[in-house]
Design a binder for this molecule. Structure first.
Ligand SMILES: Nc1ncnc2c1ncn2[C@@H]1O[C@H](COP(=O)(O)OP(=O)(O)O[C@H]2O[C@H](CO)[C@@H](O)[C@H](O)[C@H]2O)[C@@H](O)[C@H]1O
Ligand SMILES: O=P(O)(O)OC[C@H](O)CO
Length: 733
């Protein structure tokens, strides 16, 4: 078993040294830090990490050299050209998705050329992976917003491959996701649904994704499991964490203890406020500075007794808004320092660059207050790293409620980062907090992060992925397999007189938006015609009205059962009523109720059949359906209580009909004993009546995965058609 981690960026980036030799440098950012912490200690699985090596060479010999050297550190490169990086990485990833998913829609750019390049780079990753994938051995774990189309691209070639996807940034609310052009947003959702497990940091992001899936792809979920055309996809919350022990041990190491002391000495008699981020407008660095200014203005007694150390690592400098942010940060720091500095004191100490690990932990450890103020952040690891480094259990974390980590680090001082006052007042509150309270709060947070560390995160995620693939296999085992199919074909071939009962919608043809559009294709008519050529009685057993069925199948030599059994006709004969005196007096009352609801639910309509009434809601807003339909169903159920009517919930319909009308009628209409082969296929609740009424030797098949009275399940109408074709071809050959 091998785990293949796929992310845009490899954990190392290659740069050139002065002699033009390749030099490896650790990649910055949360994804590389968190997954890197896991791969550093990985023992139970072998692994390969696939991604961009930070260099855009197109020279084959150079690429080969890089590929070879990366192999030693379990990495496999996907080379992206400068043009690809420009339109894919700086373009769609960081000018479209990043701002949009972080709720900055006004700076998001919606350029088609960016999206086209995004598609083509995702395809490039899929092709690169095809060089190394072993479908039966590998688990593929795709990471982050750069590669949201990749899961379904892989799924097309590898139907049984275990694929996980994790999004490191927020998945936004429906209204924000909706801002993407319609084709892009549906392709993104479908792209993600190629995975077996889709993970998010918080329940909020999970809910947002499930809502978008319902609205834009019409797919419902049951406890986070989506059935995507016969494939199960689990959507779940997996809050990422850190290597707690690495931080806590390093904080206690002699060299860090001594560095911590050095920092404290450097800022003697001053409280240290600390912050560290990638340069990003989402991180709320400006508001943090303004909050500090507010504090210094409002509490002048603290001046000269407090210093803010702010470290910002360069990031995505090719995007305008990042350059602009850098400029604003520089100017604001200059202005605040100009306003408050004295000969002996500079309020803000600013480093634009990276800190190595020991220095980072020393600063966490030395600081009294940590400021984490993102305007929006998927999780934010910095907050957790600070807590893990606080081995003396002193210090206060000020944390934005817009960070995913605020859902877990409840003992932090939680602030709204848009409020300069809240940031400033939180600094004051932190300074006033007793040592005892600081220690109690930190201890609780440490307990949580040490337990739920990055290794636990990985193992929980992989367990969940494994469970989902097992669930899928379990579901698959219900379906007709090759040996059952062979058995059916052989029984068919041996038999002399056959009765084949086929439901129509959802069995021979997929559901469509308007029932009138579900006209049988020429191919389907031809198939049924060929079926009737043999010693077969073919019956279409449908809930549709008799006139429609008559019109669609008029030239075929088949029997038809219409309106779920209210009417029937044998081949080449006239329609008959299954029962005389069927009561219709109830219909107006039901129609009046349904009209009230239909007026309130745009897209719904009422179908008035001879003996039943159907409320169709396929084309209505999926979100509204979830509250509206149970309400209507409840109303109807109460209304029909103590009558001989029944309300049935079908595929995006509610149908009201007399209880004694049903597809069980096939057992009476046809002389079942005269047939030596009986096959019934249907997808609907009404087909269960047919399955139940047939004798033990009948072959009954349900379309879809739902539990059923039928002997077997089959995946889809397309599979039904294939099975019927095989039956014909068997006897013909
Ligand atoms: N100046 C500096 N010097 C040295 N190290 C520095 C540094 N600035 C930042 N770092 C390190 O880089 C990492 C940053 O991770 P974050 O989670 O804070 O944000 P990021 O946006 O990169 O990650 C994305 O992925 C992570 C993981 O899923 C999510 O938490 C987050 O919301 C999402 O945006 C931390 O490990 C931090 O220590
Ligand atoms: O530097 P980037 O653009 O690869 O971003 C790194 C962050 O971890 C993104 O999640």
């Amino acid at each position: 078993m091998r785990i293949v981690i796929v992310s845009n960026r490899l954990p190392v980036s290659i740069t050139k040294d002065k002699k033009n030799n390749n030099k490896f440098q650790k990649s910055a950012g949360g994804l590389a830090t968190s997954i890197g912490a896991y791969t550093e200690k990985i023992t139970e699985l072998s692994y390969t990490w696939v991604g961009w090596p930070g260099i855009g060479t197109t020279i084959k010999s150079e690429q080969d050299e890089i590929t070879d050297s990366l192999q030693n550190i379990h990495c496999y490169p996907v080379f992206l050209t400068e043009k690809e990086m420009d339109k894919f990485y700086l373009g769609f990833c960081n000018r479209t998705i990043w701002p949009l998913f972080h709720y900055f829609p006004t700076i998001a750019s919606f350029k088609k050329e960016y999206y086209n390049m995004y598609k083509s780079v995702n395809l490039k990753f899929a092709k690169a992976l095809s060089n190394i994938i072993n479908e039966n051995e590998d688990i593929i774990w795709v990471h982050d917003y750069h590669l949201m189309l990749l899961p379904s691209l892989l799924r097309q070639s590898y139907p049984t491959l275990a694929i996980g996807f994790f999004l490191h940034i927020p998945f936004p609310a429906y209204e924000v996701f909706q801002l993407l052009p319609s084709q892009w947003r549906i392709e993104i959702i479908e792209g993600l649904l190629g995975a077996d497990l889709i993970g998010f940091h918080t329940h909020e992001y999970t809910d947002n994704f499930l809502r978008a899936t319902l609205r834009f792809a019409g797919l419902e979920n049951h406890l986070g499991v989506i059935n995507n055309k016969g494939r199960l996809v689990k959507v779940g919350t997996h809050p990422i964490s850190i290597d707690y022990l690495k931080f806590s041990k390093t904080a206690k190491s002699p060299s860090v203890i001594s560095k911590t002391q050095e920092i404290k000495n450097q800022f003697k008699n001053k409280k240290i406020l600390f912050s560290v981020d990638r340069l990003d407008y989402t991180k709320g660095i400006l508001n943090r500075l303004l909050g500090f200014e507010y504090f210094l203005d409002k509490y002048p007694a603290w001046r000269e007794s407090i210093t803010l150390i702010i470290v910002v690592v360069p990031s995505r400098i090719g995007v305008f808004h990042y350059q602009q942010m850098k400029k604003q940060i520089d100017e604001t720091i200059g202005r605040i320092n100009g306003k408050f500095s004295t000969v002996e004191w500079t309020p803000i100490v600013y480093k634009f660059g990276s800190l190595d690990f020991e220095n980072l932990v020393s600063f966490y450890s030395a600081s009294d207050i940590m400021l984490v103020t993102p305007l929006r952040d998927g999780m934010n690891l910095v907050a957790k790293e600070f807590i893990a480094s606080k081995q003396e259990k002193n210090g206060v974390l000020i944390l934005s409620e817009m960070a995913g980590s605020a859902k877990e680090l409840l003992e932090a001082l939680i602030i709204n980062p848009n409020s300069i006052e809240e940031i400033g007042e939180a600094i004051k509150k932190a300074l006033d907090m007793s040592k005892e309270e600081q220690s109690q709060r930190i201890e609780k947070m440490q307990e949580r992060i040490s337990r739920y560390n990055v290794f636990r995160w990985v193992s929980d995620y992989l367990n969940e992925l494994n469970k989902t693939t097992l669930l899928q296999k379990q579901m698959e085992s219900q379906f007709i397999n090759q040996s059952i199919e062979n058995q059916i074909i052989s029984e068919y071939a041996k038999s002399k007189k056959r009765l084949i009962m086929l439901d129509y919608d959802g069995t021979l043809i997929d559901f469509v938006n308007s029932p009138k559009e579900a006209v049988p294709t020429k191919e389907l008519i031809h198939l049924i015609h060929r079926l009737t050529q043999e010693n077969n009685t073919i019956v279409i057993v449908s809930g549709r009205d008799k006139d429609t069925l008559q019109q669609w199948f008029e030239n075929l030599n088949i029997a038809i059962v219409a309106e779920h059994g209210a009417f029937y006709k044998y081949p080449n004969s006239n329609w008959k009523l299954y029962q005389n005196n069927i009561d219709k007096s109830w219909k107006n009352a039901i129609i009046n109720i349904l009209k009230l609801y239909s007026d309130r639910l745009p897209g719904s309509f009422i179908e008035n059949k001879t003996f039943s009434i159907v409320f169709h809601y396929r084309n209505t807003d999926p979100q509204t359906q979830s509250t509206f339909i149970p309400e209507l169903n409840g109303h109807l159920q109460n209304f029909v209580a103590n009558t001989n009517l029944k309300v049935h919930k079908g595929n995006k319909i509610l149908e009201i009909k007399p209880a004694n009308i049903g597809k069980h009628c096939v057992a009476e209409i046809f002389n079942l004993k005269s047939y030596d082969f009986m096959l019934a296929i249907g997808d609907d609740y009404t087909d269960e009546d047919m399955f139940k009424a047939l004798p033990e030797n009948a072959i009954t098949i349900k379309v879809g995965e739902i539990s059923t009275l039928a002997k077997y399940n089959i995946k889809s109408p397309q599979h039904v058609i294939k099975l019927l074709e095989k039956l014909i071809n068997t006897t013909v050959s």
